[in-house]
Design a protein around this ligand. Structure first.
Ligand code: GAR
Length: 242
């Protein structure tokens, strides 16, 4: 009789332990993976969006964006593409553990090599952060509405071919402007021409130099660019789920 009760108790206790051990991971998997999937219903919906950054030079914006999204539930920087094998952005990518590839400058003229590289990594969103080559039309068409650029001036002023980095700041200071800023815009087939998403301004003081202006502009870029990218990706994710 005694052993029968003990047996029953043991069976009950074992049953509870078994239920806890097996059900807990199932609940956890559902909460972490399957439940978010049910919130994301669009045909192209994946939980974590992949950002590819195109950069030609130092890459401080690329690093800032990668760091901003490092622990984001929305998106990650999954690729850095440079058109310059000596660009310091490649060293930053290595340090950050972000895969990086070089597509040499001449290849950006026909677009095939570019598309091959991009397709191999299947990003959801493309960010130009100090990128100097013209984006081929194939890439613009494939990512229309999902590709943005940052320009270190208040477009349409001081934009277009040859207007990048130091060249822009030198021109702004030489013209005696009292104000400059940054423009974040969609990318189309021309340099610095797509629809503006946001602009932020800073004062150009009487004793400003191109170098001090570059610092001010970089600070504006670090503060605003990742947030704008985030809100644009959020909008796209919402549209996909409609
Ligand atoms: C940034 O200021 C960006 O706005 C500019 O190049 C700099 C890159 O700095 N882009 C252009 O001029 C594009 N026309 P970073 O390499 O340190 O990020």
């Amino acid at each position: 009789m005694f052993s029968l009760i003990l047996d029953q108790d043991c069976t009950v206790i074992q049953g509870r332990i078994f239920a806890k051990v097996t059900l807990f991971p199932l609940f956890l998997a559902y909460g972490l993976f399957f439940y978010p999937q049910t919130l994301c219903r669009g045909p192209n919906c994946r939980i974590m969006k992949k950002i590819a950054i195109l950069a030609s030079g130092g890459g401080s914006n690329a690093e800032n964006i990668a760091t901003y999204f490092h622990a984001s539930p929305l998106a990650r920087v999954s690729l850095i593409v440079s058109d310059n094998s000596r660009a310091y952005v490649l060293e930053r990518a290595r340090r950050l553990g972000v895969p990086a590839v070089v597509v040499p400058r001449p290849a950006w003229r026909d677009g095939a090599a570019v598309m091959q590289t991009i397709n191999a990594h299947a990003p959801d969103y493309i960010v130009l952060a100090g990128f100097l080559s013209l984006v081929p039309p194939e890439l613009v068409q494939a990512f229309r509405g999902r590709i943005v650029n940052i320009h270190p001036a208040l477009l349409p002023a001081y934009g277009g071919k040859g207007m990048y980095g130091e060249n822009v700041h030198r021109a702004v200071v030489a013209a005696g402007e009292r104000q400059s800023g940054i423009t974040i815009h969609h990318v189309n087939e021309q340099y610095d021409d797509g629809a503006v998403i946001a602009q932020y301004t800073c004062e150009v003081s009487p004793n400003e130099t191109p170098e001090t202006l570059a610092d001010k502009i970089h600070r504006l870029e670090y503060e605003h660019f990742p947030k704008i990218i985030e809100s644009e990706i959020r909008k796209l994710t919402r549209d996909e789920n409609k």
